[in-house]
Design a protein around this ligand. Structure first.
Ligand code: FAD
Length: 274
């Protein structure tokens, strides 16, 4: 049996701008996009920036604010364009950039809170199909503190997890025997696990694949990287913020990281609910 203490998150997918399609649209309309063209001349692809350029295209589509051939530059620069969309809460435009995350070492309590965010797509480890006999448990920070302050209470927590895992294993065996008339191994195990999992605690580790657009990411960070949120999901939301800050910083415009008295981090936003 193993215990984990920190949520893990990795960005595994992000948008790609199809330059041929963008150029076809511009040419068909006699438009130019000087800043994009300059950038493309200097690099093979936009790399990490594609999502931000796609969002600018969405924004410019609203007002057809590309200069015509021969005209001079029109409107804001790329950075200022996206910052402006956020400042005036034209949030629908930043929905055009989607990000895929793999998230693991999180408890079932956290995943239950996470999936309340409806404007995202989720694929979570199935406790019906996947055996939980050697599952890990996520130790909440307060329980970690108990290890030094009140070792007996800490041990009680650990033993409870171990006991629930053992009961799960025993029940899985007994339920499988009860269903021995079911020919398919897969079906028999699924029926056994779906009942036996009821004894596993909220601390049981899970893994989830999440897709969120930039607007949903901002909303999630605002609500969950907040001091009022549970510490585990706050830690995850702060990590998500750092990833987006690194890979697509314009989407977290107006957001800054701060420290609380206990040394943990949170994210403050000067443009809420864009
Ligand atoms: C500190 C904290 C404590 C919480 N405590 C509890 C609790 O005790 N019990 C509990 O049940 N939940 C609790 N929650 C969860 C909370 O109620 C929300 O379910 C969760 O934060 C998702 O927020 P959301 O609905 O704004 O986000 P999303 O579901 O991602 O939606 C984003 C936005 O889209 C719009 N939207 C989405 N769906 C609809 C709709 N059907 N109709 C109209 N507009 C829509 C809204 O503007 C919404 O803000 C808590 C959340 C936090 C941050």
């Amino acid at each position: 049996m193993s215990f984990v203490t920190e949520p893990e998150i990795a960005l595994v997918g992000k948008p790609i701008m199809e330059i041929d399609g963008v150029m076809k649209f511009l040419e068909d309309h006699g438009y130019q996009w000087p800043e994009l063209e300059k950038k493309l001349d200097s690099m093979v692809s936009l790399g990490d920036d594609d999502g931000e350029w796609l969002v600018e295209m969405g924004g410019r589509m609203c007002y057809q604010s590309w200069p015509k051939q021969g005209e001079t530059k029109k409107g804001r620069s790329h950075d200022a364009h996206i910052q402006h969309l956020i400042e005036v809460a034209h949030g629908a435009c930043i929905e055009h950039a989607n990000f895929n995350f793999a998230i693991w070492n999180i408890s079932r309590s956290l995943s239950h809170e996470l999936v309340r965010h409806r404007l995202a797509s989720y694929s979570q480890l199935s406790q019906r199909y996947v055996d939980s006999s050697s599952v890990s448990f996520v130790v909440p920070p307060a329980i970690q503190e108990l290890a030094n302050i009140d070792p007996d209470a800490y041990r009680m927590w650990i033993e409870h997890c171990e006991k629930s895992r053992q009961v799960y294993e025993e029940l899985t065996t007994k339920l499988s025997n009860m269903y021995d008339d079911i020919e398919s191994n897969l079906e028999r195990r699924k029926k056994a696990r779906q009942a036996a999992r009821s004894v596993l605690p909220n601390a049981t580790e899970t893994k989830i694949f999440v897709t969120m657009n930039a607007r949903a990411v901002r909303h999630f960070i605002e609500l969950r990287a907040n001091p009022s949120a549970d510490v585990e999901i706050r830690s995850l939301a702060v990590k998500m913020y750092k990833i987006i800050q690194n890979k697509a910083p314009l989407f977290v415009h107006g957001m800054t990281i701060s420290k609380l008295d206990d040394g943990t981090e949170w994210v403050e936003s000067s443009h809420r609910r864009v």
